[in-house]
Design a protein around this ligand. Structure first.
Ligand SMILES: Cc1cc2nc3c(=O)[nH]c(=O)nc-3n(C[C@H](O)[C@H](O)[C@H](O)COP(=O)(O)OP(=O)(O)OC[C@H]3O[C@@H](n4cnc5c(N)ncnc54)[C@H](O)[C@@H]3O)c2cc1C
Ligand code: FES
Length: 351
C-alpha cells in the first residue's frame, strides 16, 4: 500500500461493556508506533481467505498509556468487529498500517493561549474523544475539557469508570455531561440528563461557565449528532474551523443514486486490466473488494485518501462525502465514494 506496515502483538484484552472490548497492543521494541490523540490505527485481517481492512481510533493517549489501545464495539452482522470480539486474544500478532487521521488536538492554532476543548460523542464515538481528553487533561496547554456523552444506559456506557477517575483527578478542569436515552435518572445531578444529546441545553450553561468562544469542538458519533451540534454552534457564531468531526461510517442519500446504474468498470493496476461489475448502490471500492482485488484503502469515508485513483475514461459521481480533500486533482477520485455515471469508466488504481 506504500505505507508503513507494523505487526503488533496483543498484550491484553479488556471487556468494557457487554458488546465492547479494548485490545491493547505492545509497542514494538525497535520501531515505535507514533500517533496523535484522535488518530486511528488500520487493522488488516485475513478471514476465510479474504482480506479485510478496518480503521479503529486509538482510545489510548501517547505518552500516557504504555500500550496502543483500540476499543471495538460489536456491529450486528459485521465481519471484522465480531472477529475481533470473538477471536482475537492475548499473544496474537496483527498487521496494522501506520496511524492516520486529522481529527487531532494540534489542529488548534498555536497563538490561542487559553485552550478549551469540547468533546461531543455517543456510543463507540467515545474512543478518539477519550484519547484526546486524557492527553489534554495531562497537558498544561489545555485549560479545560468538557465531555458531552450520549448512551442508552449506564451499563452500555464505555469508559464510565475511567471518566469518573479523570473527573476525580481533574475536578476543576474536566466537566462531563451524560445523556441517557433509556436509563432512569435521578434529577438531583444536573449533568445527568434523560434523552438524546441536546446541544442547546449544554451550550447555554457552558457559555456562562467558561471562555467558550475560544473552544475547539470535536464531534464523533452518528450523523444526527454531528448535524445538530454543528447547527447549534453555527447559531452561536462559532467558526467552522473550530469544529472537527470524525465519521465511523458514511451515510448515502438514496436520492443521489437516481442517475446511477449497474455498470462494468475497468480497473488498471500496473500493466493489468480487470473488468468488474459495479452493482447499483455499491461504490467502486466495494465492488473491487467483492471481486477479491487487493485494493488500497482504510477509512471508506473519504478521509484517508488511500483509495485515490486516476480517472482515465468516463465519469464517476461522488456520493457520501460533503467535501473532497483540496489536494485531489481534477482527474482524481476516491474509490470509496465514487460511483460510475457512464458505461465506459476506466481507472488507474493502487493496490
Ligand atoms: C476513522 C474511523 C474510526 C473508527 N473507529 C472505530 C472505533 O474506535 N471503534 C469501533 O468500534 N469502530 C470504529 N470504526 C468503525 C470500524 O472501522 C468498522 O466499520 C466497524 O467495526 C464495522 O466493521 P465490520 O467489519 O464489523 O462490519 P461490516 O461487515 O463492514 O458491516 C456490516 C454492516 O454494519 C454496518 N456498519 C458498518 N460500520 C458500522 C458502525 N460503525 N456502526 C454501525 N453499523 C455499521 C454496515 O453498513 C453493514 O451493513 C471506525 C471507522 C472509521 C472510518
Ligand atoms: S478509503 Fe479512505 S478515502 Fe477512500
Amino acid at each position: 500500500m506504500g505505507m508503513l506496515i507494523y505487526t503488533l502483538k496483543v498484550d491484553s484484552v479488556i471487556k468494557e461493556t457487554i458488546d465492547t472490548t479494548t485490545i491493547c497492543f505492545k509497542q514494538p521494541g525497535l520501531k515505535k508506533v507514533r500517533y496523535k490523540p484522535g488518530q486511528y490505527l488500520t487493522l488488516i485481517f485475513r478471514i476465510n481467505g479474504r482480506r479485510y481492512i478496518r480503521p479503529y481510533s486509538f482510545s489510548s493517549a501517547p505518552g500516557i498509556d504504555p500500550t496502543l489501545n483500540i476499543t471495538v464495539k460489536r456491529v450486528p452482522g459485521g465481519v471484522v468487529s465480531n472477529h475481533i470480539l470473538d477471536r482475537v486474544s492475548v499473544g496474537d500478532m496483527i498487521e496494522v498500517l501506520e496511524p492516520m487521521g486529522d481529527f487531532i488536538l494540534d489542529r488548534f492554532a498555536d497563538n490561542v493561549s487559553k485552550k478549551y476543548v469540547v468533546l461531543w460523542g455517543s456510543g463507540s464515538g467515545i474512543t478518539p474523544l477519550m484519547s484526546i481528553a486524557k492527553f489534554a487533561l495531562n497537558s498544561s496547554k489545555y485549560e479545560h475539557v468538557t465531555l458531552v456523552y450520549g448512551n442508552r444506559t449506564f451499563e452500555t456506557t464505555i469508559f464510565s469508570e475511567q471518566i469518573k477517575q479523570l473527573q476525580q483527578l481533574h475536578k476543576e478542569r474536566f466537566s462531563v455531561w451524560h445523556f441517557y436515552t433509556q436509563a432512569v435518572i435521578d434529577d438531583s445531578n444536573p449533568y445527568i440528563i434523560k434523552g438524546r444529546i441536546e446541544a442547546t441545553k449544554v451550550l447555554n450553561i457552558m457559555q456562562a461557565e467558561s471562555d467558550f468562544k475560544n473552544a475547539n469542538h470535536y464531534i464523533c458519533g452518528p450523523v444526527g449528532l454531528k448535524d445538530s451540534v454543528k447547527h447549534e454552534l453555527a447559531k452561536l457564531g462559532i467558526a467552522s474551523e473550530n469544529i472537527l468531526a470524525e465519521d465511523f461510517e458514511v451515510t448515502r442519500d438514496p436520492k443521489a443514486f437516481e442517475e446511477i446504474f449497474t455498470q462494468n468498470v475497468i480497473l488498471k493496476t500496473g500493466d493489468k486490466e480487470l473488468e468488474i461489475e459495479v452493482a447499483k448502490g455499491k461504490s467502486i471500492l466495494e465492488a473491487g473488494i467483492d471481486a477479491m482485488i487487493d485494493l488500497s484503502y482504510s477509512c471508506q469515508t473519504g478521509n484517508c485518501l488511500l483509495c485515490k485513483a486516476v480517472l482515465l475514461n468516463g465519469k464517476v459521481k461522488t456520493i457520501g462525502v460533503e467535501n473532497l480533500p483540496d489536494d485531489l486533482q481534477s482527474n482524481e477520485c476516491l474509490l470509496c465514494c465514487s460511483f460510475p455515471l457512464t458505461a465506459n469508466v476506466k481507472l488507474l488504481v493502487k493496490n
